[in-house]
Design a protein around this ligand. Sequence first.
Ligand SMILES: [Zn+2]
Length: 232
Amino acid sequence: MRPIDKGKSPYSKISNYQEAEPYLNKRIGRYCSFCEMPIFHVPEVEHREGKASGGDLTAWENLLYGCKYCNTRKSQKIKAGEADKWIWPDKDNTFLAFTYTDGIPKVNEAYLKTVDAKVLEKAQGLYDGVGLGHYPKNDSDKDKRWQRRIVTLGIAENSRRIWLKMKDSEFKEDELKQIVTMATQTGFFSIWMMVFQDDSEVKRELIKAFPGTAEKCFDTNGCAKLYGGELE
Ligand SMILES: [Zn+2]
């Protein structure tokens, strides 16, 4: 899950949370903060602490983007004062908390166990809470996150095949630009980072290209590193 840095609140007061949308768009780009899917429909401003459960309606710290699938599943699972039950992409290095082998998101149990059992529990809470690993049971299942993720995996793998042919040629810079354009259009930051895990040059460009990716979560080679929050 892409760790994000929203920065300080861009407003002192807004009258309703929808007014925060242009700021979220500018700071973190229109991707679901949980599943990383690009949001093409009307963006849903998501409240970490549920808006119908006493969570602050307009505080910048309480706002993220949610696609309708993650948002609907999360619903009011986290009430006012309960944010600490889960880890969060704007607070923790969530890149370390999940793996995406074969395009399937899983809790990174092996790693999180070495950090702290509580963190593992919180990551599992978030994973279950938004249904991150949900697999559609039949064609009538409207949840298209899984399908979109697998399509993106195919595009990313194909991009990598082309990259390996081009990276030592005069077309290298053009190909790098092409990869970044494809990635920001298809979304699923973590899928792209996984496919290019052995290529720090591409990873650095991906980190820069997705708005608001928390650069402090990665070293100069584009490898995840620890920072603050629960995963310290
Ligand atoms: Zn989502």
